[in-house]
Design a protein around this ligand. Sequence first.
Ligand code: ATP
Ligand code: MG
Length: 264
Amino acid sequence: MAEVIVLANQKGGVGKTTTAVNLAACLAVMEKAVLLVDCDPQGNATSGVGWDKQSDRDDLYSVYFTAQDFHKAVHTTNFPYLSLLPATSDLVGAELEMVEKRNREFYLRDGINSLKQNYDFIIIDCPPSLGLLTVNALCASRHLVVPMQCEFYALEGMAQLMRTYTLVRQRLNAELELLGVVLTMHDPRSNLTKDVESEVCTHFPGLVFSTTIPRNVRLSEAPSHGLPVINYDIKSKGSQAYLKFAEECFGRLEEKRKRGTGRG
Ligand code: ATP
Ligand code: MG
């Protein structure tokens, strides 16, 4: 049964999609069966693995309200072990339609539950908001990973995200656990980075991943080629960082599983 990991942070441009795509690709390279679920109408994770958004094949929106149809929107990619459940701007419609519905928090969970037996990992990318799509993603997941850019307002956004996380745990999905915070676009020479890093480590003791993701131009170039960074430039600092990060995530999940807290 798949471990379901959600990448969330309502702040825009902090590296959610970059982390979702590259974590998924690195786990796939480790020969784990991975499904990348794009839950953002911007569809950046979708194009990031080379999917043509003009394609008329099923996407997340076309199956959103029918759990038993979710498999129809799962597609193989050019990368072994990596499948994609793509999103396009149509997904905005799901967010609007959900408002009226009962059990509106659980559509994604129900659909994803129908796919779990086929994968080792399901990785969900979220939009930059704490709206219903993100709440659905939090309800569908077991592990929350928060990508965080080391900048002045980073922690302010965290407080709001942690309130939502606590509410979701109390009312909607008691299984959700914070797996960790990953520092992105990290510059060890900058004093601001150092200050934010030490503050985050104080706020989240033991939860900040020791792997940090450096600012690396290859990471920003790869998506325009529809490639995860390891398929674009394996030697780059970005590739090496995400490979290490995937291993650290994997290790943390193994540890949790051994302690008996990783699965219900
Ligand atoms: P959104 O909130 O809009 O969904 P996001 O949190 O998903 O954004 P990304 O799209 O992953 O953030 O990253 C924002 C921009 O920064 C992108 O152009 C991406 O290519 C670039 N970027 C992300 N991480 C890095 C990095 N470590 N080094 C260099 N550029 C990066
Ligand atoms: Mg994104």
